[in-house]
Design a protein around this ligand. Structure first.
Ligand SMILES: [Zn+2]
Length: 395
């Protein structure tokens, strides 16, 4: 029984005992009220200053100037209020501390992208199971997970049998397969690794996320193996085998993949995944990402990643609007994995997962993975997180 219902029950039985109807202090209408923020919810095409009322862990009202009483109020004047952020490429499941750390950044849903393979998938799932917010994992096709000598440099590590067994045992927590395909991860096995990943993914009706960039095989050859619903992460990876050619044209195989429903994700990370000159060519060709993601690790705050709001700010200087950036960390991300299907929105009735962000103006340096910097005029900072209707305490 939740607290409000308990309150109502207590009031009515007290009134019954008293024998006469009595009005006790009116119960607050909302458990939590977020007042006066600029509410940006691309799922509702909403960008306006208004209030968000929450009761029983769900969004109860999104209206201008709600005057009803609330148990707790968050003053969001001057802030941006969005659906809770969803980060589809993290390594949150490497450490029990991970989920709580990203929750502070406004991330109310995360995917661990292939930290573990079949051999140690139980470790990653244990973190997902105890995560305060929704967390799920992609299983690495390499049975030993991410390893320094290359996940699938030995093709025997792309063990279809072990992969199948691990997925079959953990359908609730494994939501896809990760195939890391760079030269130093898969060598010349890249195509065969992806073929095996796809064979298993298809039989379970799951997506594959590929880690692209600096592959041995040409990108079009790898793209040809991707189906609708699959995800290409590290889309801003510089050559060789970037998604854009030297003349600034997006590879036709990449255009065709997007056409048939393959998603393109940023996957900021730390090494080899993003270089400003490549970013510039790709956004000039108007090939915007579908989702932002951090490729987060517990050390991210000390790197160019920092947090998801920082990664969301990196394209503002290239002409992306704030609502478009929000869409890529909320509603778009919610469409990729069914576990998030009722998230990424402030629709009345939706679970009350909310990020309150601060958009600061100034000069902000954004780092790529090659020590390159650009200066932006705006940057989003996390301010407060609400998870299942409760404000998260910041540590
Ligand atoms: Zn990663």
């Amino acid at each position: 029984m939740n607290r409000r219902r308990f309150l109502y029950t207590a009031v009515s039985s007290a009134a019954m005992f008293a024998g006469t109807p009595r009005v006790f202090g009116a119960a607050a209408k909302y458990d939590l009220l977020i007042k006066g923020g600029r509410v940006i919810d691309p799922s509702l095409r909403l960008d306006a200053v208004c209030d968000v009322g929450i009761s029983e862990a769900r969004i109860a009202a999104v209206e201008t100037n709600i005057t009803a009483e609330a148990v707790q109020t968050v003053d969001a004047r001057g802030k941006i209020v969005t659906p809770g952020l969803i980060d589809i490429h993290t390594h949150c499941a490497r450490s029990g501390e991970g989920p709580g750390m990203v929750l502070q950044d406004g991330v109310t849903g995360w995917i661990d992208a292939g930290s573990q393979g079949a051999d140690h998938i139980a470790d990653a799932i244990a973190v997902a199971k105890t995560s305060p917010q929704q967390g799920r994992v992609l299983i690495n096709i390499g049975r030993a997970g991410v390893v320094s000598d290359g996940d699938t440099m030995d093709i025997n590590r792309a063990d279809v049998g072990a992969l199948r067994d691990a997925i079959a045992r953990n359908r609730d927590f494994i939501v896809g397969i990760k195939a890391r395909l760079s030269r130093d991860v898969a060598g010349s096995n890249d195509y065969e690794v992806l073929r095996r990943a796809q064979e298993v993914a298809t039989s379970f009706n799951l997506p594959v996320m590929i880690h692209m960039g600096q592959t041995v095989s040409p990108l079009p050859r790898l793209m040809s193996l991707l189906k609708s619903g699959d995800v290409v992460t590290h889309m801003f990876a510089p050559p060789p085998n970037s998604i854009v050619d030297d003349s600034g044209k997006i590879e036709p195989a990449v255009m065709a993949a997007r056409q048939r429903g393959v998603w393109f994700d940023v996957g900021n990370g730390q090494n080899g995944h993003i270089r400003w000159d490549t970013v510039e060519m790709i956004v000039k060709a108007r090939f915007w990402p579908d989702t932002f993601s951090t490729d987060w690790n517990t050390n991210s705050r000390q790197t160019g990643v920092i947090d998801l709001p920082n990664c969301m700010s990196k394209l503002l200087g290239y002409g992306m609007t704030v609502p478009d950036a929000v869409a890529r960390a909320t509603v778009n991300a919610s469409r990729i994995f069914p576990v998030f299907k009722d998230r990424g929105t402030l629709k009345v009735g939706a679970p009350a997962d909310i990020a309150v962000l601060e958009l600061r103006e100034g000069n902000f340096e954004f780092l790529d993975n090659y020590k390159g910097t650009i200066t932006g005029r705006q940057r989003l900072f996390p301010f407060a997180t609400v998870l299942a209707g409760k404000r998260v305490t910041r540590t």
